[in-house]
Every structure is written in structure tokens, then in C-alpha cells.
Design a protein around this ligand. Structure first.
Ligand SMILES: Nc1ncnc2c1ncn2[C@@H]1O[C@H](COP(=O)(O)OP(=O)(O)OP(=O)(O)O)[C@@H](O)[C@H]1O
Ligand SMILES: [Mg+2]
Length: 195
């Protein structure tokens, strides 16, 4: 199985979500968990080097060919970080996805980028939105969630803005983050488990 984390927009929380989803998967007993870093920037791989996660192996795969191989060559759970541009690499990853997590932010300007990402999702592959760095109780957040519900795009999670999560590899993985992303993982893989 491969969970692909993707949004054509940059800086929305793809790498952060990938790291937390991989850590939550290892904690929940997926074995092996392979973090596939398809972004040339290698932010996930660098994060992982600074702070290795028990039970997670990282594979750098910044090309169509290497990402395809990395996703096909394991018999556990792959969690794939994708670049914001590089449409060919993104498509190579999405084509092989069991489920697709689309990190986004609250606010109307973000919708079109998610829609552009959704348009690349192969038919029949479950995809859901995760609102990252969310400000709870704000009108923007409520409107964003309502908008996705209206579009019949599932919201798999809302991750609040947290200093501990923003710290990235400078800090430890946060307990709250692990729990939230663990729930997102369950939602993303649920439909798969039922067939
Ligand atoms: N829940 C959160 N709380 C606070 N900050 C967050 C949260 N999630 C993500 N961020 C911050 O948002 C910024 C962008 O996150 P991240 O690097 O994961 O995005 P990205 O989509 O991978 O970016 P790129 O497109 O450049 O690869 C980072 O500074 C990160 O720390
Ligand atoms: Mg990134």
C-alpha cells in the first residue's frame, strides 16, 4: 500500500504531514513503513536524517523512475512526499497511490490548488483533504470545512497550528500531532481495508 501526500501548491504542509503519517504508521504497527521522498529538495529525507523515526526507512526518489520503483518495491506501507511542481513525478506517484492525502490551508484562495490536485487523482482512488496549521474556531476554518463538504471531498483531518509541529526536525515529534495524524491515517486507509 502507498499513501501519497500531494498538493500542487507549495508550503501547505506536505512534508510535515508525510513525516507525521509515517511516524504514526510505525507506531500503529505497519511494518515496514517506507518514507519515499520524491521531492528534489529532500526536506523529508533531511528531517529524517536529523531525527530518525523508529520503524521507518527513508528512500530518496526524486524522479519518475525512482519513485515508481520505490513505491513498488516494498511490502508494507509507503508514505510518499511529493514536490509542489514537477507534475510528472507527482503523476507517477499518484498513479500508484492506494490513497491520497491533500494537505491544504484554510481560506478561499487555497481551493483552486486542491481542485487542480484532485483533477490528477486516478479514478477510484480515495482522496481526502487535511487542513494544516488550522486556527480553531475561526470563520475561515469553518467555511473551508463546509466548502469541502459541499464539494463531497472528505476532510480527513484538521491539524491545529502548533509551535511544536512548526519546529520540524528542530524539535521532537509532538504527541498531539502523532495522535491527529494517526486518525488521518486510519481514515485514509479505511476504504482500502474494506476493499
Ligand atoms: N500544524 C502545523 N502547525 C504549525 N506549523 C505547521 C503545521 N503544519 C505545517 N506547518 C509549517 O508550515 C510550513 C510548510 O510546511 P511543509 O514544509 O510541511 O510544507 P510543504 O507543502 O512540504 O512545502 P513544499 O511545497 O515547499 O515542499 C512549515 O514551516 C511547517 O513547519
Ligand atoms: Mg515539502
Amino acid at each position: 500500500m502507498n499513501l501519497v501526500v500531494s498538493n500542487v501548491k507549495g508550503g501547505v504542509g506536505k512534508t510535515t504531514s508525510t513525516i507525521y503519517l509515517a511516524a504514526a504508521a510505525a507506531e500503529r504497527g505497519y511494518d515496514p513503513v517506507v518514507l519515499v521522498d520524491a521531492d528534489r529538495q529532500a526536506s523529508s529525507a533531511e528531517w529524517f536524517e536529523a531525527r530518525p523515526i523508529e520503524g521507518v526507512a527513508v528512500v530518496e526518489a526524486p524522479s519518475e523512475r525512482t519513485v515508481a520503483k520505490a513505491m513498488e518495491r516494498h511490502d508494507g506501507l509507503g508514505v510518499v512526499d511529493t514536490p509542489p511542481g514537477d507534475e510528472r513525478i507527482v503523476r507517477a506517484a499518484l498513479e500508484r497511490a492506494s490513497a491520497i492525502v491533500i494537505p491544504t490551508r484554510a481560506g478561499g484562495v487555497e481551493f483552486s490548488r486542491v481542485v487542480a490536485t484532485l483533477e490528477m487523482v486516478p479514478a477510484g482512488v480515495p482522496a481526502g483533504v487535511v487542513v494544516c496549521a488550522a486556527r480553531l474556531g475561526t470563520h475561515d476554518l469553518d467555511q473551508t470545512v463546509q466548502w469541502w463538504e459541499g464539494q463531497r471531498v472528505p476532510v480527513w483531518g484538521i491539524v491545529p497550528e502548533r509551535v511544536s509541529i512548526a519546529a520540524g526536525p528542530e524539535g521532537r515529534i509532538s504527541r498531539e500531532g502523532l495522535d491527529l495524524y494517526g486518525e488521518i491515517l486510519t481514515r485514509a486507509l479505511r476504504r482500502r481495508a474494506r476493499g
